[in-house]
Design a protein around this ligand. Structure first.
Ligand SMILES: Nc1ncnc2c1ncn2[C@@H]1O[C@H](COP(=O)(O)OP(=O)(O)OP(=O)(O)O)[C@@H](O)[C@H]1O
Length: 268
């Protein structure tokens, strides 16, 4: 039986306490993350937003076991990030679609399944299901360069979902796309999230994107990278783009902007 949303919301997926990460560089230590406390529950859509260099990507990479913290604790699905990575607990979507140009879209999406040793039939079924989920059916035999930037990013989301992880980590996936495409993908991502009940952690620079997508918004500030504010988004989960014109939306956006201003240095 599928867990009910209420039970689901109670289960913690990511637990971070007093976490820090200092990079030792030739120019001295860089305090990329300091004193981070954050819990993310199942089914949440949490955005990290903040000025360049505040540690958004580093925090996402720590969750994904691509960086190791130098202090504090973190668990993902009750495991260390390393164990969670081996257990394939999450799918990761990068800023650039990073598809292999010599493989068709279907072959790109099948790649993680191939590596995991799924049968050809299983691969085909999962590729079909995930291509449908991101609205790309019909493009199986195309190569990445035959698709627009937005379609390539949808393919990379389908690839991240191919092995059905409960957790999706997304690092500015739509940052390089124009506004209209981005709006469309934001809507599609929200529908996909509602349909699949995934937990999503999403890095962005865009206030409207963060407010439109998220159930919670984490505002970070730099030097050292730390959490400035965590905003519960009161907007209903079922929202369309026109919600961006409402007073509630603008109120949340205003609070995010205030947080960004407070942590921003114009010398950057
Ligand atoms: N491998 C590394 N070695 C040394 N310093 C690093 C490394 N990775 C990141 N940093 C530094 O850590 C800080 C946080 O970087 P990070 O990329 O996480 O910020 P960000 O908020 O994602 O920035 P942006 O919005 O520009 O992507 C920056 O000062 C960055 O230069």
């Amino acid at each position: 039986m599928q867990p009910q949303p209420a039970d689901n919301a109670a289960r913690s997926v990511i637990d971070i306490a007093k976490l820090s990460l200092t990079f030792e560089t030739g120019d001295g230590p860089v305090h990329a993350l300091s004193d981070i406390d954050l819990n993310i529950g199942a089914g949440e859509f949490v955005s990290f937003i903040g000025p360049s260099g505040c540690g958004k990507t580093t925090l996402l990479r720590v969750i994904a076991d691509l960086e190791a913290p130098t202090g504090g604790t973190i668990s993902v699905n009750g495991m260390s990030p390393h164990e969670a990575r081996l257990a394939r607990a999450y799918g990761y979507v990068f800023q650039a679609a990073a598809l292999y140009p010599w493989r068709t879209i279907a072959e790109n999406i099948a790649l993680p399944l191939e590596i995991m040793g799924h049968s050809r039939e299983e691969q085909a079924e999962r590729v079909r299901r995930n291509m449908e989920l991101v609205d790309l059916d019909g493009f199986e035999r195309k190569y990445p360069w035959q698709l627009s930037g937005g379609m390539q990013q949808r393919a990379s989301i389908a690839r991240a979902l191919s092995f059905d992880p409960d957790l999706l980590l997304m690092d500015e996936p739509f940052g390089a796309l124009d506004e209209i495409v981005r709006d469309h993908l934001n809507e599609q991502l929200l529908k996909l999230w509602a349909k699949t009940d995934k937990t999503v952690v999403f890095v962005t620079h865009s206030i409207p994107e963060a407010v439109f997508l998220s159930t919670r918004i984490v505002v970070l500030c730099p030097r050292p990278g730390r959490i400035y504010d965590i905003i519960d988004n009161p907007l209903p989960r079922d929202r369309g783009l026109d919600i961006r014109e409402t007073a509630e939306f603008l109120k949340v956006a205003h609070r995010v902007r205030e947080g960004l201003r407070a942590g921003h240095s114009y010398d950057d």
